[in-house]
Write a protein that binds this ligand. Sequence first.
Ligand code: AMP
Ligand code: MG
Ligand code: MG
Length: 307
Amino acid sequence: MAQNAPVILRLVASSIKVAARAGKIIRDVMLRGELGIVEKGKNDLQTEADRSAQRCIVASLSQQFPAITIIGEEEPSNCEVPSDWVVTDCDNDILQLACPKELQDISDEEIVVWVDPLDGTSEYTQGLLDHVTVLIGVAVGDRPVAGVIHQPYYNYKNGGEDTGRTLWGIVGVGVGGFEPQEAPKGKRYITTTRSHSNDVVQAALDALQPDEIVRVGGAGHKVMLLMEGKVHAYVFASPGCKRWDTCAPEAILVAMGGQLTDIHGNLYPYNKNTPHQNSKGVLATGRNQDHEWYLRNLPDAIRQHLA
Ligand code: AMP
Ligand code: MG
Ligand code: MG
């Protein structure tokens, strides 16, 4: 690895390989068919794939970057990690990128990595496999500055070598692994949860009068729909999402000109002491969309509900 590249680039370069390894672990658990489902809370599942993928990611990144703070969704475990889960290689193309001035001299101690080892667990257990993503988000201070989303089952129905893909973004640098697109003009397609809806979530959608509601699992998957111009907005008027759900997606979205805020229009902080819960909901919009329009058109009653 080019040891002299800025740590942000080295971290993204490593995370791209680590996320793909975690994706392989997720596929292997499903192939074995013993999901080991644990109920963490109401409507909140964890499987062996969530646990193992997180161990792979945390072991790999902490070995290479011992001074960064890593916050993962799942409880940490002290178990030994199989040696072939510890990834040490990296994506060399990333190391060659020009790093913006403000990210050049960041030290490892200033970085917080938010890890959702498997986003879309309900869908994973229900066999909706392409909703699943692995999320590795990099924050400096309060802001998400880089992110990696790996989709382990992308293209899986065709089988073969090209199953899975990895998307990345670095704010001020750009994005890769996908083609950023704008959603069609003159329509309003909104994506939202498929497994964590309630009356307030639905009332917010109704007020925005979408032409279509696209209900899919995972914050990662929904933000990918935004990035690829399949929908105009992601609206979730619920406190259910956590920082590890939004850090990587927000970074990539911002790197391509989109936005992610709470439903009041405020940015979530991502420093290591911040609460984990995105308690004021999520509103994300793609490139060249009118984020303010959505803020203005959400009813006061919903704003008050998530005040
Ligand atoms: P969804 O859009 O339902 O897939 O949710 C996006 C992310 O937020 C997933 O990681 C979910 O597990 C999490 N999430 C959303 N709502 C809830 C909830 N009510 N309880 C627990 N987790 C939730
Ligand atoms: Mg998640
Ligand atoms: Mg998860």
